[in-house]
Design a protein around this ligand. Structure first.
Ligand SMILES: Nc1nc2c(ncn2[C@@H]2O[C@H](COP(=O)(O)OP(=O)(O)OP(=O)(O)O)[C@@H](O)[C@H]2O)c(=O)[nH]1
Ligand SMILES: [Zn+2]
Length: 354
């Protein structure tokens, strides 16, 4: 199996953190002169709640902050008085595409070390869904951990764990229950002091219940206690929670519409498929009917699940579209390629060259 791409290695090193309320970690980034550094806990309608040396504070984003991607939960900002004047360089970032329009990606969480890819046990394992979240997680620069919730509802936890672990190449897989408390200690140990974790996963798998279980406080509204008839989605505020053990946990609704920013995370999630693809006879092999296709051979030998292969293809197409959207130059090149191709087609049949 191929290793992680170099830029995804050792993402836990050099962690910046707030060890306790009001205490900026020693390894916080250097602030510019005359300012202090603070961590963004919440973003409401442009107003930022930050944790600085003096404690929690509400600050306004200064004009210089609007660099296109905005400020996100988990960002480190330089604060002067009641103004956040600069976003410090991000180590990792989760982006989502702005709903329905153009190319402006929005950062929804920054400086995340560990991504908890949350799904529920009980029922068929949703391997394809987990793979997609894993690819997004790897692409952000953070290290994913799969957290399978509702272990109390699963009749055979070890078997369910094994199934997911076999699919999630090189990723730790844990089973937990917010109801019985099983597995929570092990999960807490992953979000150690100085570590910032974030959760991704579809609605209803138990993310809010997990936040409450980990923080020991009802900080997130769960489906069970919300009866206001306003639809299924319960999480409304972007939040960065402090866990009793010293770690930080980000739970923001934006994490549910994550885009695949590119193909990097895919090669890590599907390291086995990517490895086989390197052995194909043709470098641009489409893995369909080409002779010498190592991917098709692996499927024929039963070493690669065809549905895993199909998922990889689909996500590659999605990542490709995303790259095009995000990169205007690539889009122009793609247009040029299509135009050249159509010119070539028009020039071909019965059209004498001049
Ligand atoms: N049996 C069992 N039920 C759970 C567990 N965790 C969550 N639930 C239930 O699953 C339902 C959904 O849980 P939530 O925590 O609201 O799920 P969520 O992922 O935050 O959902 P959204 O906020 O809609 O994204 C609720 O009825 C919870 O009580 C668990 O470990 N075991
Ligand atoms: Zn091939």
């Amino acid at each position: 199996m191929r290793g992680r791409p170099p830029h995804l290695r050792s993402t836990i090193s050099g962690v910046m953190h707030l060890a306790a309320p009001g205490c900026v970690g020693d390894d916080a980034p250097e602030p510019p002169d005359g300012t202090q550094v603070a961590r963004v806990l919440r973003v409401d309608r442009g107003l930022l709640t930050v944790l600085a040396a003096a404690g929690e504070q509400r600050v306004h984003p200064g004009g210089g902050l609007h660099d296109g991607s905005g400020v996100a939960v988990g960002d480190w900002v330089a604060v002067r008085g009641e103004l956040a004047v600069r976003v410090l360089p991000r180590r990792t970032a989760f982006v989502r595409t702005a709903a329905g329009r153009g190319s402006a990606p929005q950062v929804v969480a920054a400086n995340v070390d560990v991504v908890l890819v949350v799904d529920a046990l009980g029922g068929a394992a949703r391997l394809r869904r987990i793979e997609r979240y894993l690819a997004v997680a790897w692409a952000s620069g953070a290290t994913p951990v799969v957290v399978l919730t509702k272990a109390d509802l699963c009749p055979d936890v070890p078997a369910a764990l094994a199934l997911v672990a076999e699919d999630a190449v090189g990723v730790d897989v844990l089973a937990v229950s917010a109801v019985s408390g099983a597995g929570l200690a092990e999960l807490r140990a992953r979000v150690h002091p100085g570590c910032t974790a974030a959760m991704v996963g579809p609605s209803g798998v138990g993310k809010s219940s997990l936040v409450n279980a980990l923080t020991g406080r009802p900080v997130a509204a769960t489906a069970g206690i919300r009866e206001d008839g306003r639809g299924r989605h319960t999480t409304t505020a972007r939040e960065l929670h402090q866990l009793p053990g010293g770690g930080l946990l980000i739970d923001t609704p934006g994490m549910r519409e994550l885009a695949l920013p590119g193909a990097d995370g895919l090669d890590t999630t599907y390291a086995d498929v990517a490895d086989w693809a390197q052995d194909c006879r043709f470098r641009d092999c489409a893995h369909r009917t080409e002779p010498g296709c190592a991917v098709s051979a692996a499927i024929d030998r039963g070493e690669l699940d065809p549905s895993r292969f199909t998922a990889w293809r689909k996500l590659q197409a999605e990542a490709h579209r995303q790259e095009l959207r995000a990169d205007a130059r690539a889009r122009a090149e793609e247009h040029a390629r299509v135009r050249a191709f159509s010119r070539e087609l028009r020039a071909r049949p019965g059209r004498p060259r001049r």
